[in-house]
Ligand binder design. Structure first.
Ligand SMILES: C[S@@+](CC[C@H](N)C(=O)[O-])C[C@H]1O[C@@H](n2cnc3c(N)ncnc32)[C@H](O)[C@@H]1O
Length: 226
């Protein structure tokens, strides 16, 4: 098995590793052709998107702090129930366009279904029927994502990132739990207090140690059906 945590960019030379006909292989080939995404990000985005697809849905999918936008692209492939997918980042990197162009070669409908907006999360208008996804929004940014989702009562899934402990709420639990874990437990409980049904999962640790996935659905929202 190749090192799935590698931060080396996937280039066309790696196409041979994604030679099969599975959906993941096809996505892998598109990412290799884009030549701008670290290998780790392919696996991370895939593991997050497919788990979110199983649990949550929305009229619109919004990937906050989207970076290269791969989570948004994969969500758009996996979830045809949403009418559009929007990636939001305060500074969209060049890789957004490269990934989008490469994905659209294989899935032409993505060009009209996925769009990207350069905006701070704090300013982007969210709606109750959105499904909000955010992978590795650093530190306090994950809390802003959860807060913004709860303000409008939208379904939400986050994969929290690095946590600078001094500033984030550990809820007094860090005598029992490691600091990052305490912060994530507080996040989950806070979401429950806001009237959300909450689930927790992990993606494989060999891809990233920041692997806790937190899902929240307002109690009134309908459960997922195909
Ligand atoms: C660690 S990257 C994660 C990118 C992507 N979600 C991923 O999984 O690879 C964090 C991203 O958050 C963005 N960001 C930081 N503060 C932001 C803010 N206030 N509003 C929107 N995006 C922000 C950065 O520009 C960066 O692209």
């Amino acid at each position: 098995m190749r090192d799935r945590a590698s931060k080396k960019k996937l280039l066309v030379g790696a196409l041979r590793h994604y030679a099969g006909e599975t959906l993941f292989d096809r996505i892998g080939r598109a990412v290799c052709r884009a030549e701008c995404v670290p290998r780790k990000e392919l696996y991370e985005s895939w593991e997050v998107a497919r788990r979110v697809r199983r649990r949550l849905t929305g009229q619109r999918i919004v990937d906050l702090a989207c970076g290269h936008g791969l989570v948004a692209q994969i969500m758009a492939i996996l979830d045809d129930r949403a009418t559009e997918v929007v990636g939001v980042d305060r500074k969209l990197p060049q890789s957004v366009k490269k990934v989008a162009a490469s994905m659209a070669e294989t899935w032409p409908h993505l060009a009209s279904r996925v769009r990207f907006v350069q905006s701070k999360i704090e300013r982007f208008e969210l709606r109750a029927d959105d499904l909000i996804v955010s992978a590795h929004a650093c530190g306090k940014l994950t809390d802003i994502v959860l807060e913004r989702a709860a303000e409008v009562g939208a379904q939400v899934a986050v994969l929290p990132c690095c946590s600078c402990h001094r500033h984030l709420d550990r809820g007094g639990l860090d005598g029992w739990l490691d600091g990052d874990m305490a912060i994530d437990v507080v996040r989950a409980l806070r979401l429950r207090e806001r009237g959300y049904e909450v689930w927790t999962q992990t993606i494989p640790e060999e891809i990233t140690p920041k692997n806790r996935l937190l899902f929240g659905r307002p109690a009134a929202a309908p459960a997922v059906s195909d």
